[in-house]
Design a protein around this ligand. Structure first.
Ligand SMILES: *Cc1c(COP(=O)(O)O)cnc(C)c1O
Length: 436
C-alpha cells in the first residue's frame, strides 16, 4: 500500500513540499478547531430552518411549465428566509449568477431619479456595467439612476464624514460589498457592516441597505441581515450552494424588497407565483445542508495558503493570522509568472479537467485579461477549488474554495510545487527576486 507521502508523490509533490506543508498545518490546529465550531453552529441553524419549514420528501420533486404551487421552491425560500432571519427570500434557478442576483436586487428596488451609494469603494468588477460606471446597455445609468461612491480610508476603515456628505434626498439604496472581490482591501466583518448600516440609517432611516454577501455566507455565525441589512444577495455556485447547486442566486430580505425583485425577475403581477424549479431542488436543498461544512473546508484552505505564502515572502490578504470574513485568499506574486504558475497548480489538482492548461483571456464583464483555474463539477463554480487573477499589477491571485479540506490542501501544495518548478519560489522556500 502507498503511504500518504507516496500518494502526494503521484501528484508530483516532493517530500520537501509535503513536509513544509505539514509543518505549517501543525501550527494551525487551534484555528481549525474554531472554524469547526462555527460550522457546527451553522449546521444546526440550517437543519433547524429545514425542520421549521417542514421540508418533506415532496419538496424534492420539481415542477414544469408555469410552476404554480411549486411546494419545493416555496419551501426552500422559507428555509433561506429562516437561515438569514429575513421576512422573505427569492431563491431561484432562473437567477443565473451572482451578478444577476445583484443586478436584479438593484434594478427592482431603484427608480428613475434615485441615487445608489457605495460607501465601501468600488464594487465588484461585473457590477461596474450594471451600475454604468463603465457604460453598458441597460445599465442603471441608462434608466436615470445615478451612482455615488465613497472610498474606504487608507487604513480600510469607513469614511464616515464622506458618507454623511454623500447621503442626500435622492439616495435610495446603499450597497455594501462584504467581500474584497478583486481588490486587496480587507473584507468587512458582519459587525463592521452592522456599524455602517446603523450610521447610514441614523442619517437616513428610509434608505435600503443591501449587502453583496458573495463568499461570506456561513463564515461567521451571523449574517448581515441580522445586523440591519434590508437585503442580502448572493450566488448559489458559491458558499450557500454547498458545491451541489448547479445554478442559482438568492435575495433574502424585507418582504417589499424581495417582492420588487420577484416582480422584476418574472413579471409585474406574477412575481414569486411562477418559475418552475424543474429538477434542481434536491441539489439546492442538499447543497444548503452541506454549505456550513463546505465553507469551513474552503476557509481552512484559505488559511493554509496564507500561512504558506506569507512565510515565503509574498504579501497575503488576509494575512496569516487575521480573522476571516470570507473564503477568498489574495496572494500578491508581483509578476505574471507567479499568477500563472499558481493557477496552473490549482488546475492540475482538479478532479475534472486536470490535464488542461489555463490561459489568460478577455472575460466578459472584466476590463483586463483574467486567468482562471477551475476544474469544477459545476462549471465556473468558485466554492470548488479555484483561483483567478487579472493579469495586471500588482499581479495578485484570488484563491478560493475546496469542497473538502484534503482537496484544498492538495491544490495548495500543488501550487507551491509548480511555483518551485517554474523558478518563482526557490527550492528552499524563498521568494525568487528580480522576476520581470
Ligand atoms: C462572485 C461575486 C460577484 C458576482 O457573482 P457571479 O456569480 O460571478 O456573477 C459579485 N460580488 C462579489 C463580491 C463576488 O465575489
Amino acid at each position: 500500500m502507498l503511504d500518504l507521502k507516496q500518494q502526494y508523490r503521484r501528484f508530483g509533490i516532493s517530500e520537501n513540499v509535503y513536509d513544509y506543508g505539514r509543518e505549517i498545518l501543525n501550527s494551525l490546529q487551534e484555528r481549525f478547531m474554531q472554524i469547526d465550531q462555527t460550522a457546527e453552529y451553522n449546521q444546526l441553524k440550517v437543519i433547524h430552518a429545514m425542520q421549521t419549514a417542514n421540508v418533506s420528501e415532496a419538496c424534492l420533486l420539481g415542477t414544469t411549465g408555469y410552476g404554480y404551487n411549486d411546494l419545493g421552491r416555496d419551501t426552500l425560500e422559507k428555509v433561506y428566509a429562516a437561515v438569514f432571519q429575513t421576512e422573505d427570500a427569492l431563491v431561484r434557478p432562473q437567477i443565473t449568477c451572482g451578478t444577476h442576483a445583484l443586478a436584479l436586487a438593484l434594478m427592482s428596488n431603484l427608480r428613475p431619479g434615485d441615487e445608489l451609494l457605495s460607501p465601501v469603494g468600488k464594487p465588484y468588477d461585473t457590477l461596474e456595467e450594471v451600475i454604468g460606471i463603465r457604460p453598458s446597455k441597460g445599465s442603471l445609468q441608462e434608466y436615470g439612476i445615478s451612482y455615488r461612491q465613497v472610498d474606504l480610508l487608507a487604513d480600510g476603515s469607513f469614511d464616515y464624514e464622506g458618507i454623511k456628505a454623500a447621503l442626500h434626498d435622492r439616495t435610495r439604496l446603499v450597497t455594501i460589498q462584504r467581500s474584497k472581490g478583486y481588490q486587496t482591501r480587507p473584507t468587512l466583518s458582519v459587525d463592521q457592516i452592522g456599524e455602517l448600516i446603523s450610521f447610514v440609517k441614523q442619517i437616513k432611516p428610509d434608505v435600503i441597505c443591501m449587502v453583496d454577501n458573495c463568499y461570506g455566507e456561513f463564515v461567521e455565525t451571523k449574517e448581515p441581515s441580522q445586523v440591519g441589512a434590508d437585503m442580502v444577495v448572493g450566488s448559489l455556485i458559491k458558499n450557500p450552494g454547498g458545491g451541489l447547486a448547479p445554478i442559482g442566486g438568492y435575495i433574502a430580505g424585507r418582504k417589499d424588497c424581495v417582492e420588487n425583485a420577484a416582480y422584476r425577475l418574472t413579471s409585474p403581477g406574477l412575481g414569486k407565483e411562477v418559475g418552475a424549479s424543474l429538477g434542481v431542488l434536491p441539489s439546492l436543498y442538499q447543497g444548503l445542508f452541506l454549505a456550513p461544512t463546505v465553507t469551513a473546508s474552503a476557509l481552512k484552505g484559505a488559511i493554509f495558503a496564507a500561512n504558506i505564502y506569507e512565510k515565503i515572502g509574498f504579501p497575503v490578504v488576509p494575512d496569516a493570522c487575521q480573522s476571516r470574513h470570507d473564503i477568498i485568499q489574495a496572494v500578491t506574486f508581483g509578476s505574471p509568472q507567479g499568477v500563472i504558475a499558481f493557477c496552473e497548480g490549482i488546475q492540475a489538482a482538479a478532479s475534472v479537467d486536470s490535464f488542461v492548461t489555463p490561459e489568460p483571456w478577455d472575460m466578459p464583464g472584466y476590463d483586463s485579461k483574467v486567468i482562471m483555474a477551475a476544474g469544477a463539477f459545476v462549471s465556473g463554480s468558485s466554492i470548488e477549488l479555484s483561483a483567478d487573477g487579472p493579469i495586471a499589477p500588482p499581479y495578485a491571485v484570488y484563491f478560493q474554495g475546496g469542497l473538502t479540506f484534503p482537496h484544498a490542501k492538495l491544490g495548495i501544495l500543488k501550487t507551491l510545487q509548480n511555483l518551485i518548478d517554474k523558478g518563482v519560489v526557490t527550492p528552499d522556500f524563498k521568494r525568487q527576486e528580480n522576476l520581470s
